[in-house]
Design a protein around this ligand. Structure first.
Ligand code: FMN
Length: 317
């Protein structure tokens, strides 16, 4: 399946969602090996990027296999968001996304992330500033609104398209819904009627088949998958059994570890890698026991030895 997201050519409309602490370079590369057509980075604090903070700079690595990639910024100040967009534009990326969906307290308190869904005027200033300073296509990731009484997504999508955004991704829940409750496909369709730029649907897609069905049903430009891809990057493949064997899971995890060793410094990233490893055993009979053993590892070397021992046992059978 070949398609495009506005000016960004993509080989598949299946898109990896931005996830802080998860969608680093190794995980993006792994998802691509299974067919992800586009991957988003973790969110990057615009202020931290402008002041060249180490923790922000560490989110920037990418390479030629990691294409197309969209890097995501968050912030509440149009000027700083614009400056950060100019910095990101120097990097070999396909686009810059603006986070208007993060529900975390510390982000909301700044008036950033999902708080922008209740402040269309500030949202407009931020999107305008980023579009002006970016030499890359700009996308915006929104929620349905702030709460069920404040469904601002159609209005904000229109504003975004009007000031130059080239695609919209919508997690079709409000800020007050958090990560639970039904996904509002109606609001996605309403946005699609309101704007002529591509719209990406996001929220609760838990299998490849479900993604295909949604693409067919509403005709959106792409489907974005977050949580269901964690520990299950094969969700991007239309050919892999979506509930694979233990042996298959372990092989995928071993590949993940290989990529983590190649592109991260594993020891300081132990908890991040352990979190990923944990998720490969979701829904498996021995999962609870394996997860306890993963939790008990205190170094990357120990974690790797444990997974390799497990692989020897399982793959020999
Ligand atoms: C651990 C985690 C981290 C996330 N970090 C981000 C982020 O950095 N930026 C963002 O726009 N959304 C973030 N999200 C939201 C996801 O991109 C996505 O919109 C949401 O999980 C709904 O999609 P899903 O049901 O496929 O998971 C995060 C979600 C999770 C679970």
């Amino acid at each position: 399946m070949t398609s495009s997201l506005g000016p960004i050519p993509i080989k598949s409309p299946f898109i990896l969602a931005p996830m802080a602490g998860c969608t680093d370079l190794p995980f993006r590369l792994l998802c691509r090996e299974y067919g992800a057509g586009l991957c988003y980075s973790e969110m990057i604090d615009c202020q931290g990027l402008v002041s060249r903070q180490q923790d922000c700079l560490e989110l920037l690595p990418t390479n030629t296999s990691d294409q197309p990639v969209i890097m995501q910024l968050y912030g509440n100040d149009p000027g700083t968001m614009g400056e950060a967009a100019a910095i990101l534009s120097e990097h070999p990326i396909a686009g810059i996304d603006i986070n208007m969906g993060c529900p975390m307290e510390k982000i909301i308190q700044q008036g950033a992330g999902a708080a922008l869904m209740k402040n269309p005027r500030l949202a407009e200033k931020i999107i305008t500033a980023v579009c002006k300073k970016s030499t890359k296509p700009v996308t915006v990731k929104i929620r349905s609104g702030w709460n069920q009484h404040t469904i601002t997504a159609p209005e904000i999508a229109k504003i975004a398209a009007g000031v130059g955004a080239q695609a919209i991704a919508i997690h079709a829940r409000t800020w007050s819904d958090g990560f639970t409750g039904p996904i509002d496909h109606g609001v996605i369709q309403q946005i699609m009627k309101n704007v002529s730029i591509p719209v990406i649907a996001n929220g609760d897609i838990t299998s490849h088949e479900q993604g295909v069905a949604l693409l067919k049903k509403i005709g959106c430009a792409g489907v974005m998958i977050g949580r269901a891809a964690l520990g299950a990057p094969w969700i991007f493949s239309g050919t892999v059994n979506q509930h694979p064997s233990m042996a298959y899971r372990i092989k995928a995890l071993l590949r993940h570890l290989e990529l983590a060793e190649a592109y991260l410094t594993p020891e300081p990233n132990l908890s991040k890698i352990r979190n990923h490893a944990w998720k490969y055993f979701r829904g498996t009979t021995n999962g609870p026991v394996i997860r306890k053993q993963i939790d008990a590892t205190t170094s990357y070397t120990e974690l790797k030895t444990f997974i390799h021992t497990l692989a020897d046992q399982v793959l020999q059978k």
